[in-house]
Write a protein that binds this ligand. Structure first.
Ligand SMILES: [Cu+2]
Length: 202
């Protein structure tokens, strides 16, 4: 369609403004950790199908989830203070079955049943500390020092950019006897409940 009238021009200007606003919003979400590394195209991979290969060692099935697409983090990545259920991230979950395995080779198989990107990082659990007690920094994340492994690649093994909704991820690690904590370290997710203890027995 051709038009030289001012009205057509203003419509075009409006369309460009809306586009810019949309991009800005997307960038804000990205900065806030709504997704890490990946672009909007990988933010929601609903219906992703993964075929998980045969994994070695003792199997631990991990399920991660959230309350739905409304549970995105704030643009500044912080979780507002408040009582349980009163913070911006809502309730998220990370469950591991079984919660105890013999020492040796252990394979984690993670299923993301939520609407957001998630991950599972294996951290040693210090004596006297329970799962969920790690202090989170201002960015809503916990220290990952001493990590023993990570499953954060959609339909893949090891570290990646996050597990897309509906996708699976896996990793095989060698764990000595001890107490471990499985955490999701996307900003605010640990504080929203994404942690579980995994005990490794002799
Ligand atoms: Cu998470």
């Amino acid at each position: 369609m051709r038009t030289n009238r001012p009205r057509g021009l203003w419509l075009a200007v409006g369309a460009v403004a809306a586009l810019v606003l949309g991009i800005a919003t997307t960038l804000l979400l990205a900065a806030g950790g709504g997704f890490r590394g990946g672009g909007p195209a990988t933010w929601r991979g609903a219906g992703v199908q993964c075929s998980v290969p045969a994994l070695k060692g003792h199997a631990v099935e991990v399920t991660v989830g959230d309350m739905g697409p409304g549970m995105v983090s704030r643009p500044n990545g912080r979780v507002p203070n408040g009582g349980s259920g009163g913070h911006g991230m809502g309730v998220m979950s990370l469950r591991a079955t079984p919660s105890s395995v013999p020492a040796g080779v252990v394979s984690l198989q993670v299923a993301n049943e939520g609407a957001l990107l998630h991950e599972v990082v294996v951290l040693p659990l210090p004596t006297g500390q329970a799962a969920g007690e790690r202090p989170a920094g201002g960015d809503g994340r916990v220290e990952e020092g001493g990590t023993l492994g990570e499953a954060s690649r959609s339909c893949g093994e090891g570290a990646g950019e996050g597990i897309a909704p509906g996708a699976m991820a896996w990793t095989t690690v060698s764990l000595p006897p001890g107490r471990y904590e499985l955490v999701c370290n996307f900003p605010g997710h640990y504080l929203a409940g994404m942690h579980a203890e995994l005990d490794v027995t002799r």
